[in-house]
Design a protein around this ligand. Structure first.
Ligand SMILES: Cc1cc2nc3c(=O)[nH]c(=O)nc-3n(C[C@H](O)[C@H](O)[C@H](O)COP(=O)(O)OP(=O)(O)OC[C@H]3O[C@@H](n4cnc5c(N)ncnc54)[C@H](O)[C@@H]3O)c2cc1C
Length: 352
């Protein structure tokens, strides 16, 4: 069978990309390490890895590609399929796996429907929970797919199984149609799963290396969701694309362009401004316990062995206050925010 999971054919004169480790001295970093596809085999009822002709969206993209194993033809066992099912939200919007919406699946599922209709005479069934056609021109594209004759079934699929003997298809998709309130059994030749987007391999190690934070879904956390969606809590480190969360190509490009222009802005200026609120060690009170040194998330506190005191590197300190709260000798204060200054402010307010 010409499957999108089979190895791509070896074509002559294809340039080989070889990994290379490069050591570069840089002042700023954009992290754009993208996403990984959720492994749908952990949902056994969908049959991925167990049943032939159940493929993921990325595998179907390979089949669509003119450089893919079928030269862009949609073929199952050498023949065009008669019916194709596309399953949305595989591992997304699912309390058991990932609660978030992966944002791109509805639209690429519609793109698949269009391409299947264009390249074959197959019937296309889309099994969806909610349709999210949120972008410019997306709703219009959805209407076009409906006009092209794609059947939309609102409901989660219960099971994909091998078709019984005598069935018109190779697979049987069992689902509940929640709009009509009926159970459906649809024979198809190909099932395309739309798995969740999850953080890419290695993103945790990179996050720890660069002292970045992550949001509840495991993607990298931006400095501010509205006012600084490409910055991070570490100055000079920016995030773009699916490293920050699931998104499509237009949003990825917009975010990467924003991050690049911020970086160019700093390079054109030639100097950095830093926030005025910093931690400050009152060295005469420092007992040398080094609790602050171990806790600082930005590596901004160094231990001065000769003087037996901790010292804050102003350019690295973000004024987060972790060391201020942790110091058992109360030797660290926020500059401009000593206890005496805060009490004075309160007294001043109460005096008015
Ligand atoms: C099946 C499918 C179909 C889609 N179709 C569409 C579509 O039609 N239109 C659309 O707008 N969007 C589509 N998307 C979404 C689109 O793929 C993403 O928006 C886009 O890939 C995000 O780009 P990115 O650069 O953030 O991530 P990626 O494309 O994932 O790129 C990240 C890159 O970083 C590399 N990398 C990862 N870790 C490291 C590391 N530690 N060091 C160095 N390099 C690293 C990876 O190898 C990869 O090359 C589709 C997604 C899927 C799954």
């Amino acid at each position: 069978m010409a499957s999108p999971r089979s190895k791509p054919s070896q074509k002559p004169n294809v340039a080989c990309i070889v990994d290379e480790v490069a050591h570069l001295d840089v002042g700023q970093i954009m992290v754009s390490t993208g996403f990984k596809q959720f492994d749908p085999s952990v949902i056994p009822q969908y049959g991925y890895g167990r049943l032939d002709n159940v493929v993921t969206g990325l595998e179907f993209e390979r089949m669509l590609s003119s450089t893919g194993p079928t030269d862009g033809k949609i073929l199952i066992d050498g023949e065009a399929p008669r019916a194709v099912a596309i399953l949305h939200c595989v591992g997304s919007r699912d309390e058991n796996f990932n609660r978030y919406c992966s944002r791109v699946c509805c639209m690429y599922a519609l793109k698949f429907a269009h391409l299947v209709r264009e390249r074959t005479n197959a019937e296309v069934y889309q099994f969806y929970i909610d349709m999210r056609a949120f972008g410019k021109g997306y709703e219009e594209f959805y209407s076009r797919i409906l006009d092209e004759g794609t059947t939309m079934v609102r409901g989660k699929v219960a099971e994909v199984m091998a078709a019984p003997d005598g069935s018109p298809g190779k697979l049987l998709v069992k689902a509940e149609d929640s709009l009509l309130g009926v159970r459906r059994e649809v024979p198809v030749d190909l099932v395309i799963l739309c798995p969740a987007m999850v953080p890419s391999d290695g993103s945790q190690e990179l996050r720890q290396l660069l002292h970045l934070s992550q949001s509840g879904d495991g993607f990298l956390l931006e400095r501010h969701p509205k006012l600084d969606p490409v910055g991070t809590a570490s100055d000079g480190i920016y995030i773009a694309g699916c490293a920050q969360g699931p998104k499509d190509i237009p949003d990825t490009v917009a975010q990467a362009s924003a991050a690049a222009s911020k970086m160019l802005g700093w390079m054109a200026r030639g100097e950095m401004t830093i926030d005025p609120i910093k931690a400050e060690v009152q060295e005469e009170r420092c007992g040398g316990c080094r609790v602050c040194h171990a806790l600082c998330p930005y590596n901004a506190i160094s231990w001065v062995e000769d003087e037996k005191v901790a010292r804050v590197e102003e350019a690295l300190c973000k004024g987060c206050g972790v060391c201020v709260a942790a110091c058992p000798a109360s030797a660290i204060v926020g500059s401009g925010f000593t206890d005496q200054q805060i009490y004075a402010e309160i007294s001043g307010l109460l005096a008015v």
